[in-house]
Design a protein around this ligand. Sequence first.
Ligand SMILES: Nc1nc2c(ncn2[C@@H]2O[C@H](COP(=O)(O)OP(=O)(O)OP(=O)(O)O)[C@@H](O)[C@H]2O)c(=O)[nH]1
Ligand SMILES: [Mg+2]
Length: 622
Amino acid sequence: MIIGTAGHIDHGKSALVQALTGTDPDRWAEEKARGMTIDIGFAFLGESIAFVDVPGHERFVKNMVTGAAAIDAAVLVVAADDGMMPQTREHLDILRMLQIPVGIVVISKIDLVDDEWLGMLRDELREWLRGSFLENQPVFAVSSRTGEGIAELQQYLLQMPQSLAERTTGDLFRMPIDRSFSVSGRGTIVTGSIVSGCVNAGDRVEIYPLQESVRVRGIESNHRQLETLGAGQRCALNLQGLPADAIGRGCSVAACDRFLVSRLLTCYLELLDAARMVAYNDTVRVHLGTGEYLAQVRWIGRDQLSAGEESVAQLLFREPVSAAFRERLILRSISPMHTIGGGVVLDVQPERLRKKDVNRIRSLVKMREAPVSAWIAARFAENRGKRITPDSLAQRFSLSDEKVRGILGQLQDDGKIVAVAEGYVAQTGLERIAEQIRQQLKAFHHEHPILSGMRKADLAARLNSDTRLMEHVLQGMLGSQEIHMQGGKIRLIAFRARRNHSDQKILTQLETEIRESGFTPPSLEDLSLQLDLDQEVFQEYVTVLVESKRIVIPEKGIVFHIDTIQRGSEHIRQYLGEKGSATVSELKELLGTSRKWALPLLNFYDRQGLTYRKGDRRFLQN
Ligand SMILES: Nc1nc2c(ncn2[C@@H]2O[C@H](COP(=O)(O)OP(=O)(O)OP(=O)(O)O)[C@@H](O)[C@H]2O)c(=O)[nH]1
Ligand SMILES: [Mg+2]
């Protein structure tokens, strides 16, 4: 478990950590010289607790947020002689908006006040904490100087880990990086608090948002080398594959290919009661993980947000960031630099929403506290005709493959989704595609009553779903005998091509024309002119004859009757049977035609398996 300090400058946070752990968390010479914490510091209590000590100075709130972003519990320190001060309030706001689940209050420096004063402060504190997440939490009174109350506090903290609820964060490994440096002989070291999942020595992991893959050479925590380490631990990783100076605060190290990088995030934001109004397109400072960024706020459904209000917004960052689903964030104003609000990331891969997209956000607002399985079910419902892969869900909701599989399995058992190819699709989506296919076929039959069915490719072009889904639905419709499929043509089972008397007459005329012209047939174009038919209609008659195997089109525009083809193959078989081989000229003579028809015809016979070509001669295939 990671415990973070919080509280106003000089209220005794670092002294308290030292009294509890024996370690001075102020690491830097400058900190020691000025008696002030500047950056986050660390210390350990026993095996199970790591402290992240943060600065109280108003100029270093940024570092306070960096430290607080990944803690499991907070200790809000209030100096007995000073009482609540500006950063006591600001830090409490930050802890609340980061939704730190557990916290306690420590009144420090009690050696400087008398009991009466202390009693008054306790009453004041109780009043002030009413309604906050610390309201019903214990208040300890200690002196780091005399040691009074320290042992009790220590005892309380040591038993706290067991009482902590199981972490609600995902199970993918992720650690926002708060330090990166290189150690000679070992290379790049990054440190941070693991917020979810666990890491093993030898793992391949990825640095975000750089999207560089690196290998974990070694893991260290509290000066011990470990093989594996998980959420709620301070962690130092020795990485291979990237120099330390390429990595900094704002980067995170996490499971490969599972987090997305984007300049746009859809969030649910709230403004503090004391904050100034934030207008559409205003730029704010956003603290996300250990990073601090500038972003424009695009409210959805409103022009501005006033103090104390909350709303969905899209944050457009100046640079790409990598966030996790449901990651908390803090908003600060640019100048003066004040904490003005916070929020939660709801979509790490959003489309750009328009200000007026109120409908779209209604579901987001409704869903924001819902379990992730409900989010996944909603995604299927929203993308009814689309196949969704487990990988894309893992990325969108920052989940491990196992967790995604579990949720998908449940939805499948409930009959809500169906597995198709490597993805899944909403059951209702399949029904909708089936309905579209029915409509398309019906319309096709109506428009082309003489054709035996619709080509699959034409059907695919008219549906806006991918072909794997269409194929899946078609198979189902075949199984239920709703459609019939033959030679790549699909028809509704009840449909029969209808040819009336005049159709039949034209077909006969066309066929006769082609048959009688033998090896020197007119082109399709000439035939259509001759019959004086609309191109599209003419094409349908041709298709009918091709499908009923009356004519053959060996090459675009050229057509032979099946009897001619048959006759030609008999002549050639006999001729080559005697001669062994023949040139195009000989065969052209044999069939009584010219090159224009002979070449397509001979190529057709090659494809049919009658003949083959070698050099300029043709031979019989066996
Ligand atoms: N008398 C007394 N002085 C204390 C106690 N705890 C801390 N101090 C003194 O208060 C001053 C500030 O203590 P720190 O622990 O550095 O305060 P901090 O909250 O860490 O300050 P920042 O990190 O700068 O925000 C130091 O001079 C400490 O010696 C205490 O219990 N009693
Ligand atoms: Mg300090």
